[in-house]
Design a protein around this ligand. Structure first.
Ligand SMILES: NC(=O)c1ccc[n+]([C@@H]2O[C@H](COP(=O)([O-])OP(=O)(O)OC[C@H]3O[C@@H](n4cnc5c(N)ncnc54)[C@H](O)[C@@H]3O)[C@@H](O)[C@H]2O)c1
Length: 334
């Protein structure tokens, strides 16, 4: 049984707590949040369910200071669900303490920090995985399988959209999310999901063209990117500027030679396949959430059940390099 400590018990901390509770072979034994009121707060983010995980059993040790939790020990895995700018320090400290680390996306805001995190994992000889839940979401796993199997031929074009209203669930409201220095803005917080998925599907593009809208205070709140690939046209729209009543969604289309696949709206019809031959159909997908699948995969990694990981922390670093190229592209168009 692997023992897990979670640091940062907001929306994602609670969501991961729910996923770990469903993971056989692992048990959350410690939780840290600098704001202890978060231990009982019924936080609900853009995806429902976090509030259901806001009750922490008495058997879980509770801390308001991460360094004290690390010094006390009693766990094998640290799950970092802190605001993004705090990822590097927490990850490096946890690896240094001999723990395996699962860390929320995005890995970090700077490549130098990604490199320090990778070096720390190597030095400690411990697993580091970045929690890119989209790589594990049933819709995306299904799309990846269609691309890799070539069942409908190769991909001609694909477009991905992901949008969210400015988050209000944080203890201090939208604070860190709407501060580019702490969240990286829409590129690093929202678009990173699709940028990482696209890079995983098609490899590193030959070039990117990104246009960005900057809202109040110069905050980058909407981007459109065109990725240049030899044989496919791929685009991605991402927004932090969706209306509050819309909350969030992720939609898209993949145009194969022999079928078109639609996905979204996520709350209604996750995926539908329109083959050139035959009738459209809705494939049956597993019910497991991306969060449940990612923690189960991480446990498999830690316990040596994965020979060749399909996704590594180096890949997550590559996604940060891609985002930085997109940011440079949008800056050239100011
Ligand atoms: N994968 C996804 O679907 C998804 C969705 C939302 C957020 N995220 C990512 O998850 C991370 C956290 O986002 P969130 O929505 O949970 O944010 P949040 O603001 O809801 O939660 C962060 C928590 O960290 C705590 N905290 C802050 N500083 C701390 C410190 N020094 N020590 C201990 N606790 C501290 C806060 O009190 C808060 O409870 C971010 O990197 C974000 O990009 C991922």
């Amino acid at each position: 049984m692997k023992r897990v400590a979670i640091v940062g018990f907001g929306f994602m901390g609670k969501t991961h707590f729910g996923a770990w509770k469903k993971c056989r072979g692992a048990k959350v034994t410690a939780i840290c949040d600098r704001d202890l009121s978060q231990l009982t707060a019924k936080v609900e983010g853009n995806i429902k369910g976090a509030a259901d995980n806001s009750r922490v059993p008495a058997s879980v040790k509770v801390y308001d200071d991460f360094d004290r939790m690390l010094a006390a020990g009693g766990f094998d895995i640290v799950d970092v669900t802190l605001p993004t700018a705090l990822h590097p320090r927490a990850v490096i400290a946890a690896l240094g303490a001999g723990c395996h680390v699962l860390c929320e996306k995005p890995m970090a805001l700077k490549l130098a920090d990604c490199d320090r995190m990778l070096a720390a994992a190597k030095k400690a000889n411990r697993r580091l995985m970045i929690a890119h839940c989209v790589r594990f979401t049933p819709v995306n796993v299904y799309i990846r399988r269609l691309v890799e199997s070539g069942e409908y031929g190769s991909v001609v074009a694909a477009d991905f959209s992901r949008f969210i209203a400015p988050p209000k669930w944080s203890p201090r409201g939208s604070g860190w999310f709407l501060d580019e220095k702490r969240s990286g803005g829409v590129l690093f917080d929202v678009h990173v999901h699709d940028a990482d998925f696209i890079a995983g599907l098609f490899g590193r593009p030959r070039g990117v063209y990104t246009a960005a809208h900057r809202g109040r205070g110069g905050f980058p709140d909407h981007t459109t990117t065109v990725y240049s690939y030899k044989n496919a046209v791929v685009t991605s729209d991402s927004s932090f500027a969706a209306a509050a009543s819309l909350v969030w969604d992720a939609t898209g289309r993949v145009f194969f030679e022999k079928a078109t696949v639609y996905f979204g709206p996520m709350y209604k019809s996750p995926v539908k396949v329109y083959p050139n031959e035959g009738r459209p159909f809705v494939p049956k997908l597993p019910k497991k959430s991306g969060y449940e699948a990612e923690v189960a995969y991480f446990l498999d990694l830690v316990e040596g059940r994965v020979d060749r990981p399909f996704f590594t922390a180096e890949d997550a670093r590559g996604s940060i390099a891609l985002l930085l190229a997109e940011r440079r592209s949008s800056a050239r168009r100011k």
